[in-house]
Write a protein that binds this ligand. Sequence first.
Ligand SMILES: [Fe+2]
Ligand SMILES: [Fe+2]
Length: 193
Amino acid sequence: MLGLKLPTDPRWVNIVEKNIDEILIDHAYCELKAASTAISLTNSFPEYTELVQEMISLVKEEMSHFKLVHDKLIHKGIPLGRDRKDDYVIELLKFFPKGGSRTTQLVHRLLYAALIEARSCERFKLLSEQLPDPELAKFYRDLMVSEANHYTMFLNFARRYGDRQEVDTKWQDLLDYEASIMKSLSRDASMHG
Ligand SMILES: [Fe+2]
Ligand SMILES: [Fe+2]
């Protein structure tokens, strides 16, 4: 599914179940960061008209997800709290070398976004299938459906704007690298940890 090379360790759901408050807070920030990535891509690459159009829609969609999670936090009486550092993202960023042409930078940022979307979607699916609380399971099922297209959208932009073959090779390498990161994670009460 989603091209990922290592499925999430099933034990991760057990950790999540016991720490649902922390997961919801972390998840809220994931949605906010997804919106912020879309704004940042627009700001950095305004000459890519089609990308800008898609990013405008994405900002709205991700902010609506943020609101859904935020509403859930309020409903459960959980304060949002501050964002925590994300080990997954820190490790993932190490894959991408600094510098390179403008197109290379764009491709890297699109592949990075594609991967985070793919892994989030995989985890939402897992939560929708395994959380014992039916309301929360449905909440993640609905989110999964609306997230499912994001990863292909980013990957397709990378393929269109970069060299198709180079992008495909890099994507496969990134998937291998991500699988190696995941081996040491899946132990944390966070959306990607
Ligand atoms: Fe989202
Ligand atoms: Fe998304």
